[in-house]
Design a protein around this ligand. Structure first.
Ligand SMILES: NC(=O)c1ccc[n+]([C@@H]2O[C@H](COP(=O)([O-])OP(=O)(O)OC[C@H]3O[C@@H](n4cnc5c(N)ncnc54)[C@H](OP(=O)(O)O)[C@@H]3O)[C@@H](O)[C@H]2O)c1
Length: 256
């Protein structure tokens, strides 16, 4: 895939995707906010794999951060073959009584930054006639768990449309919709992950490998687990009233 740019590469799914890509012989650009964590991980990847690992520290909740990443994806001197828009977080609050600032950060990171980065990547990749984009959505794109679900539904629908737009140019777009994964995600959101049975969690290496495999095969949507693929089928067919009652806002088991 040449050089891959991965956002949210210091933890969880993004970190594992970066690991697998470097292990397969790809150079990387790692993106997140925490510069020390980025540098530390870049050193480890260089030592283990011998690949060239670049660090790009950026806050994707800001216009400046999103545009810096977008500019890097479109570089002609150091071309990017794969862009992975993975950075994201749970809101950890209710809409009523919650902080509007946090709501805006969430939509900026999980929708606006993806739009800005994909606009840049799509135009450059279409011009030169190759490249791939992997966007990380979620199973919650099919539920009604507040604004987080809405952002993930946007990522899913946007990616499907972009895949069609870019197909004639030889550029692929894949959207991955994982279910529960053990990462820092729940801890950062103060959600008690022990409320769900172990069976409900997909190992992070499987999420990464199945998502990357879908990119290689040019698949548009991947649900990287048979259990959640079945759940997705159910969610598409179930009456929305039922979906809202079992997977609506406030059903995330947060500690307050
Ligand atoms: N874990 C799950 O159960 C699950 C399920 C379905 C989908 N997902 C999705 O998978 C993606 C990865 O989540 P994860 O579970 O791997 O979470 P995680 O372990 O908390 O990792 C999140 C990553 O995103 C980065 N990030 C967060 N805010 C950022 C910002 N403003 N600017 C730049 N980078 C930022 C973090 O680094 P810094 O803090 O250093 O910036 C970190 O590297 C997210 O989009 C999430 O919504 C997760």
């Amino acid at each position: 895939m040449g050089t891959a740019l991965v956002t949210g590469a210091t933890s969880g799914i993004g970190k594992e995707i970066a690991w697998q890509l470097a292990g397969e012989g790809n150079d990387l650009v790692l993106v997140a906010r925490n510069t020390a964590a980025l540098e530390d991980y870049a050193d480890r990847l260089r030592n283990f794999t011998g690949q060239s690992i670049e660090v790009l520290s950026a806050d994707l909740a800001t216009e400046e951060g999103a545009r810096a990443v977008a500019d890097r994806t479109a570089s002609r001197e150091k071309p990017i073959g794969l862009v992975v828009n993975n950075a994201g977080f749970g809101l950890g609050q209710d809409f009523i009584g919650g902080s509007l600032e946090r709501e805006l950060q969430a939509i900026d990171v999980m929708a606006r930054a993806i739009l800005i980065i994909c606009h840049s990547a799509a135009n450059e990749f279409a011009r030169r006639g190759y490249g791939a984009i992997l966007n990380v959505s979620s199973m919650t794109s099919l539920t009604a768990q507040g604004t987080y679900s809405a952002h993930k539904a946007w990522v899913r629908t946007f990616s499907e449309g972009l895949a069609e737009t870019l197909k004639p140019y030889g550029v692929s777009v894949t959207v991955s919709c994982p279910g529960l994964v053990h990462t820092e995600f729940h801890e950062r959101t103060q959600v008690d992950a022990s409320q769900w049975p172990d069976l409900a969690f997909i190992p992070v290496d499987k999420v990464a490998s199945r998502s990357l495999d879908a990119v290689r095969r040019g698949r548009v949507i991947v649900t990287p687990s048979p259990l959640y693929a079945a759940a997705a089928g159910f969610l598409r067919l179930a009456p929305r009233r039922l979906v809202r009652s079992v997977a609506g806002p406030g059903r995330s088991g947060r500690h307050d």
